[in-house]
Design a protein around this ligand. Structure first.
Ligand code: AMP
Length: 544
């Protein structure tokens, strides 16, 4: 027998080791759930692991096996967390469905994923009932929180409560699939991203580092990021790694959050700017305080300077994160660089307003239209590309790779890279609008608009909004001789798109800008409307 040269053990990077570790080393550390009905419940990492074993057994009894997709349609709470580990521990792939998608998209992704089981919150019942005929592969429905007198699908606690907790996690390779998330931040149908054990463990290891989320056992984290959107930024994987306390809330109202920050002694929180806009307004109005909070991570959209300043003036540090569903999601984070203490207040704010630096595991570059790599000089800006240990290689069920021959994934963001390694988003080349952390397809709005009598051409762009970050503005060219109005255009598209997609305003122009090849030039249009403000929305102070 030839001996291996190396003398170390094989210890596969498997996410189930995260919860095993938390059970063994931090078994009593609390996991708190704030439920939609206003109640709060407490459990521990030990219990989460134990119930995940019960759930894995229950899934096995339903006849599920390796690679089978287990879907959830739920807000953040302990039973959702148990399901993450229970589904994967059984060998399954956890598919977290975003309930904000509209019915055609929900039908598409459920069938595309070939989900076999769906676990859902009772408040989603009307949606689930409406979707049942459209979902062709789901055999079992389980409800997380049936209220008293519930008649319908079986209750989660009763379902898993019938099983013992002796289950041994199904053996898995590091590269086995564990999770599935669809992103609608692209054109066309939502695209699936499949996460793997190895990538997710490495992501969690990167995330807890001081230069990233800076999480330790002593901390208490409250992600105000849904578990159905990009792994709740990875926090349900990172928390058991360090054994910190985790607070999950199904309710994102500012008052509930502030109460939780105080009562649960939350030290770390994370959310999109829209969440913080509400919270800041609430605090300014009520005089409530954020006593224990040490750090907030803002991401999903650019963190406005005014918001960064507000948190700093309340003694709270800001981490500004950039990421994508395709990156599990963390790509970069602005924490504190060397020499932070010597920087002026303005310099620190300027630093934080950029989208930060990559952790080990991610590489970043910018390229021009011809694919030439641009310098990291803080002046050039180009298409942002990334590659790394938790970056997508190809979308689910697509043959073609999503990366180039050297592994670079084009993000659809336009950015500058500074000599100190900080990345700064300057624009977006993908044709989508991000409102309150969720995507709106400009192309679908345009297609709907040109179907309205009297509209010759239409273009939709995102306009800055102080609460939602961006809202759609529809710019139309009238057909000759037609006098179609903005109200008529909106009325004409209202039934074709989700309610929250409806543009905040319609403007008419004589002509839309086009590129040399005849394509609509959104870049020029965005420049033309750079100072545009929706009526009734006060001038924004936060962006500059
Ligand atoms: P998603 O996959 O839905 O998480 O969206 C990812 C996209 O959100 C990125 O490609 C960016 O366009 C945008 N995004 C995320 N974080 C930031 C940020 N800090 N600043 C600006 N845009 C961001």
């Amino acid at each position: 027998m030839t001996l291996r040269l190396g003398t170390q053990q094989d210890w596969p990077l498997n996410v189930m080791r995260l919860v095993d570790h938390a059970e063994r080393e931090h078994g009593d550390r609390e996991v708190v759930s704030a439920w939609a009905d206003g109640s709060t419940s407490r459990t521990s990492w030990g219990e989460i692991a134990r119930k995940a074993r019960q759930m894995a057994r229950a899934l096995e009894k339903l006849g599920l096996g390796k690679g089978d997709r287990v879907a959830t349609l739920a807000m953040n709470h302990e039973r959702h967390l148990i399901s993450w580990y229970g589904a994967i521990g059984m060998g399954g792939v956890l598919h977290t469905i975003n309930p904000r998608l509209f019915p055609e998209q929900l039908a598409y992704i459920g069938n595309h994923a070939e989900d076999r089981v769906l676990l859902y919150d009772a408040m989603m019942k009307p949606l689930v009932d409406a979707m049942k005929p459209a979902w062709k592969t789901i055999e079992h429905y389980i409800v997380y929180d049936p209220p008293a007198g519930w008649e319908g699908d079986p209750s989660f606690e009763e379902w898993i409560g019938a099983e013992d907790d002796e289950f041994r996690w199904v053996e898995a390779d590091e590269r086995d699939p564990i999770g599935l998330c669809y992103t609608s931040g692209t054109t066309g149908n939502p695209k699936g991203v499949i996460y793997e054990h190895r990538g997710m463990v490495l992501h969690a290891l990167a995330e807890v580092q001081p230069d990233c989320f800076d999480l330790g056992k002593r901390d208490c984290a409250l992600p105000i990021v849904p578990m159905f959107h990009a792994n709740a930024w990875g926090l349900p994987w990172a928390a058991p790694l360090v054994g910190c306390k985790l607070v999950l809330s199904a309710d994102y109202s500012a008052k509930r959050m502030v109460d939780l920050f105080r009562d649960e002694k939350v030290t770390h929180s994370a959310g999109v700017p829209t969440i913080w806009v509400d919270m800041i307004a609430h605090i300014e109005k009520t005089g409530d305080t954020l006593d224990n909070l040490k750090t907030v991570t803002i991401g999903g959209s650019a963190a406005p300077r005014a918001m960064i300043k507000w948190f700093r003036s309340h003694g709270i540090e800001v981490g500004h994160a950039w990421g994508m569903t395709e990156l599990s999601p963390i790509g970069s984070l602005a924490g504190k660089p060397a020499g932070w203490e010597d920087m002026s207040d303005e310099e620190q704010i300027e630093w934080t307003a950029r989208q930060g630096r990559v952790p080990f595991g991610i590489e970043m570059r910018i390229v021009d239209d011809a694919g030439n790599v641009l310098p990291r000089d803080g002046k050039a800006s180009g298409d942002l590309q990334v590659r790394g240990a938790w970056v997508i290689e190809r979308y689910f069920k697509e043959d073609a790779p999503a990366i180039d021959a050297d592994g670079w994934f084009s993000t659809g963001d336009v950015a500058a890279l500074h000599p100190d390694g900080t990345m700064q988003i300057t624009d977006r080349s993908k044709d989508v609008i991000k409102s309150g952390g969720e995507w709106i397809s400009s192309i679908e709005l345009e297609n709907a608009a040109v179907g309205v009598d009297g509209v010759a051409e239409a273009a939709c762009i995102g306009i800055f909004h102080p609460k939602w970050d961006e809202r759609p503005l529809l710019v139309c060219v009238r057909e000759e001789g037609h006098h179609v109005t903005g109200e008529e255009v909106l009325a004409g598209i209202r039934d074709q798109v989700a309610k929250w997609w409806l543009p905040d305003a319609v403007e008419f122009v004589d002509e839309l800008p086009h590129t040399a090849t005849g394509k609509l030039s959104k870049k020029t249009l965005r420049e033309q409307f750079a100072d545009y403000r929706f009526e009734g929305v006060e001038a924004m102070t936060g962006r500059d």
